[in-house]
Unconditional design. Structure first.
Length: 279
């Protein structure tokens, strides 16, 4: 009897509770609402970028990407985040965002822009040939990707131009080290540096000096055939070069010494004539 009474009370409570509550209809969040928020955030990012408020731009583009990650706006926002960091001069953040973009959106049609901006982000960190090689090597890698994989893109011409400048910097680095080793009498180490310029950077402005240095060092250490080989190359390709004239003197030391003696003799003769005027 007690059990029946308890069940009756519980059943009555359910009826009363059910009658006292309103039925709430749960509606899904409309895509149009998210879409409008996303576009609003993206446009606010563009406005912030125009006003040079780069960190606000980064924030807004980030919001746009998060709000609708499956839309066409997400990868655009990711690229604009990277670009905002780039124009702000925060190159490490630029590189991070671009690498994330390439992993997250591997099929996106603006991959070429991502590679180009990566090249620029590393390129802007190049100081000179005496500093860290990492920015030089990485910028070269990404500009080479543009030239090899996207040769008809709008970024190819500038990538090729900057790649030529990078080659000059790399050649300058080798020349700097080669001269450094010459001063310390480390002939083999110096030869290796100049040989790298000849083999890998033969289109740069340093090729003539590199050939001369190969002549000079090989002659000094007694490798006359090697010295003569590089002298022939230098003479055949750069006959009017100042470096060839220096090379010519290495093989005509007697001629050079006679010229110096003649100059000294002429100077002495002029001095004696001048002195006689006062005798």
């Amino acid at each position: 009897m007690k059990k029946i009474f308890i069940f009756f009370i519980f059943f009555t409570y359910l009826i009363i509770s059910g009658c006292g509550q309103k039925k709430v209809e749960v509606k899904p969040l409309e895509d149009t609402n998210i879409d409008s928020q996303m576009i609003k955030a993206y446009n606010e990012g563009l406005t912030a970028l125009d006003n040079n408020d780069y960190m606000l731009a980064v924030k807004k583009f980030g919001e746009a990407e998060i709000l609708y990650p499956q839309s066409i706006w997400a990868p655009r926002s990711a690229l604009m985040t990277a670009y905002s960091y780039y124009v702000y001069g925060r190159y490490f953040d630029t590189i991070f965002e671009l690498e994330r973009f390439l992993k997250t959106y591997p099929e996106h049609n603006r991959q070429n822009y991502a590679y180009y901006l990566l090249g620029l982000a590393y390129y802007e960190q190049i100081v000179d040939e005496k500093k860290d090689l990492e920015p030089i090597i990485n910028s070269k890698k990404y500009f080479q990707i543009i030239i090899n994989e996207y040769p008809s893109s709008e970024y190819a011409a500038d990538a090729e131009f900057k790649l030529d400048l990078i080659k000059e910097i790399l050649a300058a680095k080798e020349m700097y080290l080669g001269r450094y080793y010459i001063k310390r009498g480390k002939w083999i180490a110096a030869l290796n540096r100049f040989k790298t310029v000849i083999e890998k950077h033969d289109k740069t402005v340093f090729i003539e000096e590199a050939l001369h240095r190969m002549v000079e060092i090989n002659y000094k250490i007694g490798l006359l055939d090697e010295s003569q080989k590089y002298a022939n190359i230098l003479g055949y390709n750069y006959l009017s070069s100042e470096w060839y004239r220096k090379t010519f003197k290495i093989y005509n030391r007697d001629y050079s010494m006679n010229i110096q003696k003649k100059i000294k003799k002429d100077k002495k003769g002029v001095f004696n004539k001048f002195k006689k005027l006062f005798d």
